[in-house]
Design a protein around this ligand. Structure first.
Ligand SMILES: [Fe+2]
Length: 264
């Protein structure tokens, strides 16, 4: 967290109280509310680490922290209302988040220009393709939150895949069937450096392939370095079936990562 900053401390304390209002005795909901609360706070840390690696100034750090803190603010209402994080069968959580922020008017302490940046970054943090009509400054923050968010989702899912035999959480699997199959369109997308479409998900393995393909949506060199250091590709590959396709995508993804790191 940034020290001596009124806005940042104010937003963090508002966030804590807001999330607490969703705490419940019902274990399934409580577990998932906490999951997103902790995720949001870790994304703040990721985005600050990234901003520092990119030498951004203090004001940029403050704004980036705000975006990270609020990017999933719609998740709490989403899970409480629908019992799922699946936007396809509930509501778009980014849109829901904007509604929460606007209704509470919590961002009113920021300048109008800053509010626009935060709203744009949240609105587009989860779309498959970043819109090309965004202004340059909004686009930079949007890229930051998209990188930071993915870093933490990879952290969550790789831990989950390792521990899954002990504690299952169907919400993290979007209730997809855990069968040995995977859809070939996901393999094809990876081999062509494309992010897949979540609407094509049919099995749990497809979800792992979708998560691997997010690498083609990463924007900043430090993020590629973190992916390599944290061995994200390897950790997801080990929980996929040992087939020729999977070996091919592993080689392809590793080569892509090395290329993006060496480019600078
Ligand atoms: Fe997120």
């Amino acid at each position: 967290m940034i020290e001596n900053n009124v806005d940042t401390a104010f937003f963090h304390s508002w966030f804590r109280n807001y999330v607490k209002s969703f705490y419940t005795e019902y274990p399934k909901t409580q577990r998932n509310i906490r999951l997103k609360e902790e995720h949001s706070l870790r994304v703040c840390k990721e985005i600050l680490r990234l901003c520092k690696a990119l030498n951004l100034n203090k004001n940029a750090l403050r704004l980036a922290d705000t975006i990270a803190l609020f990017h999933d603010i719609g998740r709490f209402e989403q899970f409480t209302t629908y019992g799922t994080f699946d936007d396809r069968v509930s509501e778009n959580h980014a849109t829901l988040g904007l509604k929460v922020l606007k209704e509470t008017n919590i961002l009113s302490v920021l300048t109008k220009a800053e509010q626009t940046i935060v709203y744009n970054a949240i609105e587009y943090h989860n779309v498959r393709k970043v819109p090309d009509n965004a202004d340059e400054i909004s686009e930079r923050y949007l890229k930051l939150i998209r990188d930071a968010d993915k870093l933490d989702i990879w952290y969550v899912v790789t831990n989950y895949y390792r521990e899954r035999h002990r504690h299952r959480n169907p919400a993290l699997e979007l209730e997809l069937p855990d069968t040995p199959e995977y859809s070939l369109c996901f393999i094809d997308d990876i081999l062509n450096d494309r992010v897949s479409n979540s609407h094509d998900l049919k099995t749990f393995n497809d979800m792992k392939l979708l998560q691997l393909g997010w690498i083609f949506d990463i924007n900043f060199t430090p993020t590629f370095i973190y992916i390599q250091q944290r061995r994200i590709i390897e950790k997801i590959i080990t929980v996929l079936p040992d087939t020729e396709d999977i070996r091919k995508i592993q080689t392809h993804l590793k080569a892509y990562l090395e290329k993006r790191i060496s480019e600078k």
